[in-house]
Design a protein around this ligand. Structure first.
Ligand SMILES: [Zn+2]
Length: 166
């Protein structure tokens, strides 16, 4: 069951053979993800199955990772769980991508073979926000100079917290 993962793959050939891969990559290998990651430690687990759906070569499976993103507002950490289904169809051009059924994301194949890690990385990029931010981060940053003492009675902070959680 344990097999060596290939560095490069030919998705079309693998689809014909209905190959499956299961494994993990270190997050540090996901170079295009580094901009949004606060912590590169850890790994991304994946299961990918190559097959055919009609005329398309498709890749299905799942990608799982516990990421720590960096909030682009306060530079703090945002825990981000990725546990998403993979549903890619191999296309040779943007035009072909436009014709895909909605259930598939395009996997644009410009070379005969691509790094296996690229598919996993692509899925992670789809799963994280391009500009990660705490949900309420911008709100509190917008008015930083609230007077320390207010004549009005301040609302119970726990009541506010409870509201935020809803
Ligand atoms: Zn923040």
């Amino acid at each position: 069951m344990v097999e060596h993962l290939p560095e490069y793959i030919d998705p079309l050939a693998l689809a014909d053979k209905h190959r499956r891969f299961k494994g993990s990559f270190p997050l540090s290998k996901m170079t295009r993800l580094q901009d949004v990651l606060l912590d590169q430690a850890g790994e991304v687990k994946f299961e990918l199955e190559f097959g055919k759906d009609g005329k398309y070569a498709v890749v299905t499976g799942v990608v799982m990772a516990e990421l720590v993103l960096q909030c682009q507002c306060c530079l703090g950490s945002i825990p981000w769980t990725v546990n998403g289904p993979v549903s890619l169809a191999v296309v040779g051009s943007i035009d072909e991508a436009d014709l895909l059924p909605d259930s598939y994301e395009p996997l644009l194949l410009e070379e005969e073979s691509i790094p296996l890690s690229d598919i996993v990385q692509e899925e992670l990029l789809l799963a994280v926000p391009s500009i990660p931010q705490h949900e309420k981060c911008g709100v509190s940053m917008a008015k930083p100079s609230e007077p320390a003492q207010e004549a009005q009675k301040r609302p119970n902070p726990f009541a506010v917290l409870a509201k935020l959680k809803k």
